[in-house]
Write a protein that binds this ligand. Structure first.
Ligand code: HC0
Ligand code: SF4
Length: 573
């Protein structure tokens, strides 16, 4: 252990700890900007300057502790250096804060306020870059707001193992962009939005689709139906100042109704339906010598990653569409027919924790008879904006229910939003269907948690099924390389494109680097997801009475001809 003193407080930490982390232990906050725990520690922004007694000040995020070190984090020299560095960043920053999507949630803005920047002493020359708001269905890049912290590039390269954005040019001309000045939609970006979640400012944001949704709601000829994803209900409250991990399912349903949607259904119904279809597909592949391992197909970032980087695994993907696409297709067929509504007049909106779903909904693979399953996708953040714009007092809303039949779901569907959830939900059903026995303990804890790759073996009455779960494409890469090399043998794999699964998708409320120093949203939001599951009386998809009704009245049986037409697709290289 290393002993040092920080601002007069004695601290003992393991060797290799940075001054920044040692100070946290002593409850001393050193301001940071480019630092992002477990993602980016490069000492680039020089905001975390401290005095260690050396000739020059040091960047605390990259400075390791040393025995007997005396650190001062709050001297006039330190404060002036930080302020100067911040003012230099601000001197050529596009400071249109009032109209910025990150207004009041911007780490640069907050630092300026906390460091007492009252005026900017230098007015620098500014680059004027074109905004790329056209090349990608998911991601908007505004380099005029970029502060070159490289958090986005680090998450894309080091965590997701994709690396389509990085620093090009030098000096004043440095810009974070795809190689060869390409636009983001012209490179193998998977639309995961993890770069947006990492950005401290407004340089990266989602493509905003709220205007299209408002227009549809206002159109008397349109029947507008909404469905929120499993992960939205454990994060939306954060946008209204509620603590991380607060479950707001009932308030969310109430808010959607007040926004003017004609029906408030639930993607969780689609998740139960997915289990029926995907579970049956797995059982058939196991029985009939189909392609194994079967890999889940509900995460569109993962699908695009697979297409670009692991095309030899495309036949391993389940043919199931993702739950919200399935529900969209059911709304425009079954629901339209039952209620005598022309499907052409139905406008379906998905509220997703995900930016890649904006891309997925446009894919030609998602059309049935000329109708798109889903007409618009908005993120959790966009829904929050709509609720605020409508003047709805979200925190004080009563709890309401989803509309019935297509809003009815089980605990199995609830857990889809956390890594391992789709696997666990599938196992709950596959076990009972294959063995004909009741599952005594529905909790498959081996596939829960935030380990990058999780494994389990399930005994289906003598047949052993080996399963694996990976979240974040970086972990998926590791896992698939092992499978490709014949070093691992599984029958069923769940992959989610984002680290943590959907709870920490690229469309979720943005958590600042400062909060992430102490709290892991992957864990806190997932805990809320599992609480949601436990609170449900029915926790297995095949026991959902509304799912049974849908098969009885319309689809026949899982994997039927009609089910294939509406709910399945195929991704080709
Ligand atoms: Fe997910 Fe989904 S669980 S991808 O993570 O499968 O986005 O929440 O909506 O469709 O259900 C995201 C979350 C979904 C879908 C579901 C799946
Ligand atoms: Fe990289 Fe994902 Fe951002 Fe695309 S959306 S640039 S893949 S982090």
């Amino acid at each position: 252990m290393i002993n040092l003193t920080i601002d007069g407080v004695k601290v003992q930490v393991p060797a290799g700890t940075t001054v920044l982390n040692a100070a946290r232990q002593a409850n001393i906050n050193i301001p940071t900007l480019c630092y992002l725990k477990e993602v980016n520690a490069i000492g680039a922004c020089r905001i975390c300057m401290v005095d260690t007694g050396a000739r020059a000040l040091s960047a605390a995020c990259v400075m390791p502790v040393a025995e007997g070190m005396v650190v001062k984090t709050n001297t006039p020299k330190v404060r002036e250096a930080r302020k100067m560095n911040l003012e230099l960043l601000l001197s050529n920053h596009d400071r249109n804060c009032l109209t910025c999507v990150r207004n009041q949630n911007c780490e640069l803005q907050r630092l300026a306020e906390e460091m007492g920047v009252k005026e900017i002493r230098f007015e620098g020359k500014r680059n004027e870059y074109p905004i790329d708001d056209f090349s990608s269905p998911s991601i908007v890049r505004d380099a005029n707001k970029c502060i070159l912290c490289r958090r986005c590039a680090a998450v894309c390269h080091n965590v997701q193992k994709i690396g389509v954005i990085g620093a090009t040019n030098r000096g004043f001309g440095t810009i974070i962009e795809p190689a060869f000045n390409k636009n983001i939609g012209e490179v193998p970006c998977i639309n995961c939005g993890q770069c947006i979640a990492a950005c401290p400012v407004g340089a990266l944001r989602e493509k905003d689709d709220t205007d299209r949704v408002w227009e549809a709601i206002a159109d008397p000829d349109k029947h507008v139906v909404v469905q929120p994803a499993p992960a939205v209900r454990v994060a939306l409250g954060e946008e209204f100042g509620m603590p991380m991990g607060t479950r707001v399912t009932g308030k969310m349903a109430a808010a959607l109704r007040r926004l003017g949607f004609d029906k408030v259904f639930d993607t969780n119904f689609g998740a139960d339906l997915t289990i029926m279809e995907e579970g049956t597909e797995l059982i058939n592949r196991l029985k009939n010598g189909g392609k194994l391992p079967m890999i889940t197909s509900c995460s569109p970032g993962w699908i695009k990653y697979c297409e670009h980087f692991f095309p030899d695994f495309l036949d391993n993907l389940s043919s199931c569409k993702s739950p919200h696409q399935m529900l969209g297709a059911i709304i425009k067929s079954y629901y339209a027919k039952q209620n005598n509504i022309d499907p052409a007049k139905i406008f379906t909106v998905s509220v997703m924790p995900c930016t890649a779903k904006k891309f997925e909904r446009q894919r030609p693979e998602m059309e049935v008879e000329g109708h798109e399953d889903v007409d618009a996708v908005i993120t959790t953040r966009e829904l929050a904006r709509m609720i605020k714009e409508a003047g709805i007092d979200f925190v004080n809303l009563p709890d309401e229910q989803f509309d019935e039949v297509l809003g009815d779901s089980t605990g199995a569907a609830a857990i889809f939003g956390a890594t391992g959830g789709v696997m666990e939900a599938a196992l709950r059903t596959v076990y009972e269907v294959v063995t004909g026995k009741e599952l005594e303990d529905v909790d498959f804890k081996d596939v829960r948690g935030i380990a990058g790759v999780k494994e389990a073996e399930v005994d289906l009455d003598g047949t052993k099924v080996r399963v694996a779960v990976a979240h974040g494409t970086g972990n998926a890469k590791k896992l698939l390389e092992k499978v490709r090399a014949g070093e691992a043998d599984y029958q069923f794999i769940e992959v989610m494109g984002c680290p943590g699964g959907c709870v920490t998708g690229g469309g979720q409320p943005i958590v600042s680097a400062r909060v992430k120093m102490d709290v892991d949203p992957k864990k806190v939001r997932a805990a809320a997801i599992y609480d949601e599951d436990e609170a449900m009386t029915i926790r297995k998809s095949h026991e959902n009475p509304s799912i049974k009704k849908l098969y009885e009245e319309f689809l026949g049986e899982p994997n039927s001809h009609l089910a294939h037409q509406l709910l399945h697709t195929h991704y080709a290289a």
